[in-house]
Design a protein around this ligand. Structure first.
Ligand SMILES: Nc1ncnc2c1ncn2[C@@H]1O[C@H](COP(=O)(O)OP(=O)(O)OP(=O)(O)O)[C@@H](O)[C@H]1O
Length: 400
């Protein structure tokens, strides 16, 4: 088990991690989520003894990493896949790691097989693609057959087959009773891989709960309602009636309506009363991505702006319609419906000073129950956000 208690890391004026306490338990995959710069890598580095906490502590099996007996046999980690000697072959890189930790040479060939690099084992790693580098980093993490594994964005650069392989690998490692702690920005992947989530924002704990609980706590389900495409006036009629009944109605890209605030039977009754035929009425659960966006939107330091294209865009071809606004696209502050029992985000960013308890109240609500981006939410930890373009999280850190 990994246990952090009051973990804090300051770099000069910058507080990267503040008073973080959590446990990562064996037997499940624990996802570690947070916006860019929220402190995930810093936390992982402290777990691995690569950085010293300013205060607090983090232990693995009760020991700080540096005091763990034979740590490389107990803990495997992928932090930065590019941190290899590019002039060495993949096999020699792993052999040198194995020899340092008293791991037999035959284990190197085993892990090369596990990650699918056996055919390039004798090639220098500087010629490796991003995905091959990731596989080599994963091989290094598996080398000592450790009980505790940390992976920082392991699927970066992997092809779909590789992503599926990593997903199954994480799950099988956890099923063997190991502790698996994995960070990723790919929410769809996390939803399929992780059992439990630890979410941080600006260095502080936002959530520590199962994936199911996280989604339920941060977004309500919604109904998709579709009226006949051939009769657009029915759609308008139903929208008005649903809104009058207290529902929140948003258009979906395919012409359906997304309705929150009304139970399905009520929507059906309203459609019947207003004499509107339905082609679809279906219940939906918000995705992990939507729940995550809702929770963390107040803790994002690097936010993109709409590209105005300086008037350079081509005029629409004759007859073409401008795109219909779609929930979550180009609508700042719209993420997923809030959970009804909470009336909003239950895990708002702490508004107080360090050391003071977080305020449980959610951010101000906008139309459709969506929280309005806090205009001047005091953040005692962040530096002023640089006027930088959005960070492309699909690229590895060293390629951004
Ligand atoms: N060595 C350092 N010196 C100064 N500041 C640092 C250092 N390492 C990290 N930071 C700062 O600490 C904060 C947390 O960074 P960290 O890399 O841990 O975030 P992250 O959650 O891993 O981000 P990302 O998702 O972009 O990888 C950032 O503001 C970063 O600039």
């Amino acid at each position: 088990m990994i246990e952090a208690v009051g973990l804090t890391k300051r770099y000069g004026d910058k507080t990267a991690v503040y008073n973080l306490s959590f446990q990562v338990r064996p037997g499940s995959v624990t996802g570690f989520l947070g916006p860019n710069g929220s402190g995930k890598s810093t936390t992982m580095r402290m777990i691995l003894g690569l950085d010293n906490p300013s205060s607090g502590q983090v232990t693995i099996g009760g020991y700080p990493y540096r005091k763990l007996p034979n740590a490389p046999r107990q803990v495997g980690a992928l932090l930065d896949a590019k941190a290899v000697h590019g002039g060495r072959t993949a096999r020699n890189h792993l052999l040198s790691l194995a020899q340092l930790s008293g791991i037999p040479d035959r284990r190197v060939d085993e892990v090369l097989g596990v990650v699918g690099l056996q055919d390039v084992a004798r090639k220098r790693s500087k010629g490796f693609s991003l995905g091959m580098g990731q596989r080599l980093g994963i091989a290094a993490a598996l080398l000592g057959d450790p009980q505790v594994l940390l992976f920082d964005e392991p699927v970066n650069g992997l092809d779909p087959e590789g992503i599926l392989w990593v997903r199954n690998l994480m799950k099988s490692l956890a099923a063997e009773g190991r502790t698996v702690f994995v960070s990723s920005h790919l929410m769809s992947e996390m939803a399929l891989t992780a059992d439990h989530l630890i979410v941080i924002g600006r260095g502080q704990l936002l959530a520590d709960m199962s994936v199911q609980d996280f989604i339920a706590a941060n977004s309500a389900g919604f109904a998709r309602v579709r009226t006949p495409d051939t009769e657009p006036q029915l759609r308008e009629k139903l929208s008005t009636a649903l809104a009058e009944a207290g529902g929140h109605v948003l258009p979906e890209q395919d012409g359906a309506l997304r309705v929150t605030g009304l139970p399905l039977p009520r929507i059906s009754d309203i459609a019947h009363e207003t004499d509107v035929r339905l082609w679809e009425l279906s219940p939906h659960q918000a995705s992990l991505e939507e729940a995550y966006m809702r929770m963390t939107q107040g803790a994002v330091d690097y936010r993109s702006t709409v590209d105005q294209k300086a008037g350079l865009q081509q005029p629409l071809p004759p007859g073409a319609q401008p795109q219909m606004p779609v929930p979550g696209q180009g609508q700042p502050g719209w993420y997923a419906p809030p959970p009804p029992q909470q009336g909003g985000q239950p895990f708002a960013m702490p508004q107080g000073q360090p050391g003071q308890p977080a305020q449980p109240s959610g951010p101000p609500q906008g139309p459709y129950g969506a929280p309005v981006a806090p205009a001047a939410a005091p953040n005692p930890y962040a530096q002023p956000a640089p006027a930088a373009p959005a960070v492309d999280t699909t690229k590895p850190k060293d390629a951004r």
